[in-house]
Design a binder for this molecule. Structure first.
Ligand SMILES: [Zn+2]
Length: 422
């Protein structure tokens, strides 16, 4: 005899994905993102790519055009000689919104203004003294830079829709908190809220390595890859990890701290206060520490670390064995870190990035050979490894991408009508 199952036992199965989450985005957001990624695309192609009916794409694109987010562009069909009616393609309306992307690091600040289509309209760069500032001072630095770079684009703050800010340290992007950063004299600072209040604009913050990965994902070598890693080597060592075309931040927002994975029990002292971190063997300050000890160089007050490292590099190039061994040792530790990334995530590509990627010794054939020996022997070659020295604007572009996605998500995930834009 069959009895109906009581409702209390119907718990369902399969992942419980909340509506309007990363993996369940509204169709209009998917349509908009498809158009943005393609540059120019026909409606029928959008429908094909998303596996939905052309009619629903037509309805949604009409809404998006009315809201001023996308526009129709006359495009010539392939092979067409210019006769007949031109085909109509869709593109993002570049003038719909403008955002600023900005990076504050220990030694410099860089900023860009980009339009809604991702084109850079202005850039600005200045040096700063490597001192930790109060939250109010950091907000002032951000405010000044936003106004300066906006002025270069012939704009005022009122013309902007959002600001993205990258900084080193442990950043919880979702809550907008800086848990720790070398540029801040305090811990647990609600920097996004403070900057939003001062600027009168929505401000998003993120870890600088994540923004480097964001720049590669939006504008660089990672656009077509679902899984890749960006390792940044500067004053610290960072990792931005893209999994399934998205930045992976961990459940509580501060995952992927490759620089603080341990490579030596009771090893060298790290900036984080613990011992044996990868960063304590590979980052700028680690090389500088070795140089001052092994080569008996005094680290004079006022002498910048960059000058010290340049000098170390020159000595290595000229054949100084102590200088060479410092780089070789750092390269071996880097190989351990990269091999761990490969063994854990199996990325398609590892990008080594940083503003000063000129210490070739770190990326020498020896480092790759060492890495090969530490990666599981599956009979397959290592993933592709590339070095990208984009310059300081890379980070700012990643911050701009963060701001752009915040703007479009804000507009497109609203439950009712798409908010009309000015
Ligand atoms: Zn550490």
């Amino acid at each position: 005899m069959k009895r109906p199952t009581p409702a209390s036992q119907k718990t369902g199965c399969g992942p419980l994905i909340p509506p309007l989450s990363d993996t369940l985005r509204p169709l209009r957001q998917q349509v908009f993102e498809r158009v943005r990624a393609a540059g120019l695309i026909a409606r029928v192609q959008v429908a094909k790519d998303l596996g939905v009916s052309p009619a629903s794409v037509t309805t949604i694109t009409s809404e998006l055009i009315e809201a001023g987010l996308i526009e129709e562009v006359a495009a010539t069909r392939e092979g067409e000689t210019g006769r007949g009616r031109p085909a109509v393609a869709l593109g993002v309306r570049a003038a719909a919104h403008h955002v600023v992307g900005l990076k504050v690091s220990d030694r410099d600040i860089s900023a860009v203004v980009v339009d809604f289509g991702g084109t850079i309209l202005a850039r600005h760069h200045e040096e700063r003294r490597p001192v930790a500032l109060s939250p109010a001072e950091v907000v002032s630095v951000i405010e000044t830079l936003v106004d300066r770079v906006a002025a270069k684009a012939g704009m005022t703050r009122g013309d902007l829709s959002a600001v993205g800010v990258g900084l080193p340290g442990y950043i919880d992007t979702a809550s907008g908190q800086v848990l720790w950063s070398s540029i801040l004299a305090e811990r647990a600072v609600p920097l996004a809220a403070l900057a939003t209040a001062r600027l009168g604009l929505p401000v998003q913050i993120d870890n600088d390595a994540n923004l480097c990965a964001m720049a590669e994902l939006w504008f660089g070598a990672g656009r077509g890859l679902s899984d890749f890693a960006v390792v940044t080597i500067e004053h610290g060592l960072g990792l931005g990890m893209v999994l399934n075309h998205r930045i992976y931040r961990g459940a509580r927002g501060i995952g992927m701290e490759l620089g603080h994975t341990k490579v030596q029990l009771d090893g060298a002292l790290c900036r984080c206060g613990q011992r044996g971190c990868l960063e304590a063997y590979v980052a700028d300050y680690a090389l500088a520490r070795e140089a001052t000890t092994a080569l008996n160089w005094t680290h004079r007050d006022g002498q910048s670390m960059i000058v010290l490292l340049e000098s170390l590099y020159d000595h290595a190039k000229a054949g100084n064995q102590s200088a060479r061994s410092i780089f070789r040792r750092a390269g071996r530790y880097l190989a351990v870190g990269l091999a761990n990334v490969v063994n854990l995530f199996d990325p398609a590509l590892i990008i080594l990035a940083g503003a000063r990627l000129r210490f070739d010794y770190l990326y020498a054939a020896e480092t790759l050979a060492e890495m090969q020996a530490l990666v599981l022997d599956t009979g397959r070659p290592l993933p592709a490894i590339e070095t990208h020295a984009w310059g300081e604007m890379l980070w700012a572009q990643g911050a701009a991408a963060l701001a752009l996605s915040a703007v479009s998500e804000g507009l497109l995930t609203q439950p009712r009508e798409i908010a009309a834009t000015a």
